[in-house]
Design a protein around this ligand. Structure first.
Ligand code: PAD
Ligand code: ZN
Ligand code: ZN
Length: 376
């Protein structure tokens, strides 16, 4: 391509600091170095985790930063020593890389990688520098993906080539929200046929947990949210019943215990609220229940619970990116979507041009949207 090897000037939504609207700026995107890939982003979803940065609930975020980690695009150029990916390929940037060599990558039970960006949040890619510049200032890249930009640069271990016919304005959700929820049911909980499940939080990720529980053959999927407007969509995704904790004057775990003969087999917290995490744990069956934490709690939050809850047979686990080994599994998930194994279109409630990104965040914060997909 004519732009290969050159700096690209393009538009990006820069987050100059917490609690400020994103600002669409002209940025410069450096060419990819060794083992890096520059991507033209075509579509990107807005995930609650981006909003956690905007609202200042995560520590150690380096500003200014370009958020966005649920994107899909087309490779513009590749740096030296990149194999298996070429200009023109459709790709999804990965929030967890897969180097293939580290202790996590070689363990089939883990989907982490020592080169991961989670919990590090320094906004740098592997070479420890940034590729974005605005007004002469280096701009960080959230989770190493920075998809709220017309062009971004990612590490070659943090990008998956997907099917040539994949619709980018939908499979972008496979970059985070959909895969996270769906995989936490299938890979982390390993939901069994005929089991009972409770899903706390019915945003894009929680609804994807429901889709996963349904694919796994759960017989009851109880959807829990404080916003009744989320219930119709939850039923469409596969919930068998919906409850609102505000409708009861006793703890929701007691309500669930009554509904399910002493507790569900699997419960999922998909909000990021430590109080709800405790409720989810208490909602699972004392002898054999499993609780999965998917929601990202504010950095300072602590969870507290009676260890007897675990001692008596419950299991508590967490799930990042649904347990998928990113580079290996994402191309297959895209094919599964194209073969209609699941319908992630249900999650997309709004489509907006990139310039309206702040409106997209408002829709998320008001509880009006599930996923807004921005097209660039
Ligand atoms: P969202 O904000 O669209 O959905 C959250 C839902 O929770 C909304 O429907 C709320 O009404 C509901 N809710 C809020 N408070 C309560 C409460 N006290 N009781 C019941 N329901 C409540 O978010 P999302 O679906 O995009 O993301 C959900 C969480 O998952 C969020 O914390 C995000 O950061 C995290 C996440 N984790 C990963 C991962 O890999 N673990 C990936 C992506 C997102
Ligand atoms: Zn996300
Ligand atoms: Zn690794």
């Amino acid at each position: 391509m004519a732009t290969a090897g050159k700096i690209i000037k393009c538009k990006a939504a820069v987050c100059w600091g917490p609690n400020k609207p994103l600002s669409i700026e002209d940025v410069e995107v450096a060419p990819p170095k060794e083992h890096e890939v520059r991507i033209k982003i075509v579509a990107t979803g807005i995930c609650r985790s981006d909003e956690h940065v905007l609202s200042g609930s995560l520590n150690d975020i380096k500003f200014p930063i370009i958020l966005g980690h649920e994107g899909a695009g087309i490779v513009e150029s590749v740096g030296s020593r990149v194999t298996g990916i070429k200009p023109g390929d459709k790709v999804i940037p990965l929030i967890i890389p897969q180097c293939g060599k580290c202790r996590c990558c070689v363990n089939p039970e883990s989907n982490f990688c020592y080169k991961n960006f989670f919990g590090k949040f320094d906004g740098k890619i592997v070479e420890n520098t940034t590729r974005f510049t605005c007004k002469g200032i280096g701009i960080h890249s959230f989770l190493g993906t920075g998809t709220f930009s017309e062009y971004t640069v990612v590490d070659d271990i943090a990008v998956a080539k997907i099917h040539d016919d994949a619709p980018l304005d939908r499979v972008c959700l496979i970059g985070c929200g959909f895969s996270t929820g769906y995989g936490s049911a299938l890979n982390t909980a390993k939901v069994k046929h005929g089991s009972t499940c409770a899903v706390f939080g019915l945003g894009g990720v929680g609804l994807s947990v429901i889709i996963g529980c349904k694919v796994a053959g759960a017989s009851r999927i109880i959807a829990v949210d404080i916003n009744n407007n989320k219930f119709a969509k939850a039923m469409e995704c596969g919930a068998t019943e919906c409850i609102n904790p505000k409708d009861y004057d006793r703890p929701i775990q007691e309500v669930l215990a009554e509904m399910t003969d002493d507790g569900v087999d699997y419960s999922f917290e998909v909000i990021g609220n430590t109080g709800v995490m405790e409720s989810a744990l208490s909602s699972s069956h004392f002898g054999c229940g499993t609780t999965i934490i998917v929601g990202v709690a504010p950095s300072s939050a602590k969870m507290s619970f009676d260890p007897l809850l675990i001692l008596t047979g419950r299991t508590l686990k967490g799930s990042t990116f649904g347990g998928w080994k990113s580079k290996d599994h994402i191309p297959q998930l895209v094919c599964d979507y194209m073969n209609k194994k699941f319908n992630l279109d249900l999650l997309i409630t709004h489509k907006l041009p990139f310039e309206k990104i702040n409106e997209g965040f408002k829709l998320l914060c008001n509880g009006e949207s599930i996923r807004t997909v921005l097209t660039l």
